[in-house]
Design a protein around this ligand. Structure first.
Ligand SMILES: Nc1ncnc2c1ncn2[C@@H]1O[C@H](COP(=O)(O)OP(=O)(O)OP(=O)(O)O)[C@@H](O)[C@H]1O
Ligand SMILES: [Mg+2]
Length: 446
């Protein structure tokens, strides 16, 4: 039997007053594969361990099939966990490893039929008599999966189970996990910091930042309508272009968004989303443009909804089937903190400021869902340190455009670009999406 897992305002504090998971509410349906996604340290493993019963819940409720389960011992939850550092017993064969939980749980029963059936399902029958040292990393991980599923758990909890493997094997096992959990129909919570993994695997993806849930939805909906600038920046490769802009809505003229030296003129008649931007008049906003929202073409080729800008080629990244071109457009990138694990710069600043209290205060601030964007950072950066924007993007330019390899581009060329404003995102100063309108439902066309 598979389980419904619900978290209601669940919090976790290791240190008084600091919540590493902050009032998390999630309903996971029976048989669903939900991915918990977020940068290092955002609380993913802690959530998983609370569901497993390995970590006490400080506040809030965990319900399993609608029953209060905060105090249920881990063994009564009948869940199986698979970790990143899966440990197999080195002195047991694969058969011994897979059968181990059965021998503990049901002594006297012959584990062989269940072990054989499990091995068949995972395609590892030929490996059953080998010891872990005689297996490759991927094979070992499959044996570890076998050990997890042999007991027919009511839920799988997987904590970055593939992160120790090389990229190709990871893709392969990812597909296997997806097929397997669907075949078994077992509710699965899968933790990863890899957005591509989350998008390809999950029925739904829950994005966490500093212990706070940012958004939960299907992979398509979180990509198409990210609720805030953090989700927009965390999901999708290459990373979405985020530029600082200023909304101009003169009473007697066309509406536009200024991007430093250039501007995007909003096409008339204004769409409802663009009309609603009028309230941002004179305010700084963040413009989000995914690389597919921009193409290399002159103004004459513009389709309805496309507006021209110009870019200077700074860097060309060949990827074989496509090319990523980094342009300078004279705009300023917006900085989104916490996308990666805390940087050494932050640590240094903590040290300089000294006290533990300061550190805790700063952390607590960051965790209480602090702003998802920093619009004033460039001014308070010390002169001897590169601006955070430069650190974050690492590559020159402020706009990345995806194109086909047949276009010849060289560093220093000036190139006309067309921006499709049908794919424009606008976020306010706090990083919340204001266009498309927050209430808009994704049009998934299916
Ligand atoms: N036992 C503990 N005592 C104190 N703090 C802890 C403990 N375990 C985790 N933390 C802190 O809680 C926060 C969340 O940790 P957690 O392991 O859940 O993050 P994560 O999202 O799984 O990160 P990663 O992707 O690096 O595995 C971190 O700041 C971590 O330092
Ligand atoms: Mg973790």
């Amino acid at each position: 039997m598979t389980r419904a897992i619900s978290l209601h305002h669940v919090s976790k504090s290791y240190t008084r007053g600091v919540r590493v998971v902050d009032r998390l509410s999630l309903d996971i349906a029976p048989g669903e594969l939900l991915v918990l996604l977020g940068p290092s340290g955002c609380g993913k493993s802690t959530v998983l361990r609370m569901i497993a019963g390995l970590e006490e819940i400080t506040d809030g409720e965990l319900l399993l099939d609608g029953e209060y389960a905060n105090d249920l011992p881990p063994s009564d939850r009948e869940m199986a966990m698979v970790f990143q550092n899966f440990a197999l017993y080195p002195n047991m064969t694969s058969r011994g490893n897979i059968g181990f939980p059965l021998r503990i749980e049901r002594p006297g029963e012959d584990p062989a039929p269940r072990v054989d059936a499990t091995a068949r399902m995972l395609g590892i029958e030929a490996l059953l008599d080998r010891y872990p040292r005689q297996l490759s990393g991927g094979e070992r991980q499959r044996v570890a999966m076998g050990r997890a599923i042999v007991r027919k758990p009511t839920a799988f909890l997987m904590d970055e189970p593939l992160s120790n493997l090389d990229a190709k094997l990871r893709n392969h096992l990812r597909a296997e996990i997806s097929t397997l959990t669907r075949k078994l129909g077992v509710t699965t919570v899968y933790v990863t910091h890899d957005q591509a993994e989350a998008m390809s695997l999950g029925d739904r993806v829950a994005v966490l930042r500093g212990g706070v849930l940012q958004q939960v939805g299907t992979p398509r909906s979180v990509y198409a309508l990210p609720r805030n600038v953090f989700v927009a920046a965390f999901i999708g490769t290459p990373r979405i272009n985020l530029l600082r802009g200023l909304v101009r809505a003169p009473l007697d003229g066309a509406m536009s968004i200024s991007l430093g030296r250039q501007y995007l003129r909003l096409p008339e008649p204004l769409s409802l989303d663009h009309q609603m931007l009028r309230v941002q008049q004179g305010r700084e906003v963040i413009v989000g443009l995914r690389s597919e929202a921009i193409r290399i073409a002159g103004p004459a080729a513009a389709r309805p909804g496309e507006v021209p800008i110009g870019g200077l080629v700074e860097h060309v990244e060949y990827q074989g089937h496509e090319v990523l071109v980094h342009f300078s457009t004279g705009s300023q990138p917006a900085v989104v903190p916490d996308l990666e694990a805390p940087t050494p710069v932050r640590t240094l600043r903590h040290r300089r400021e000294g006290t533990v209290l300061n550190r805790i205060r700063e952390r607590a601030g960051a965790l209480r869902g602090g702003p998802t964007v920093v619009l004033d950072r460039p001014h308070d950066v010390e002169p001897d340190r590169p601006a955070p924007a430069a650190q974050e993007s690492r590559l020159p330019g402020d706009l990345v455009v995806r194109t086909t390899p047949d276009i010849e581009l060289r560093h220093g060329m000036r190139v006309p670009l067309l921006v499709d404003l049908g794919h424009l995102f606008v976020f306010d100063q706090h990083g919340e999406r204001v266009s498309p309108l927050p209430a808009r439902q994704p049009d998934l066309g299916d």
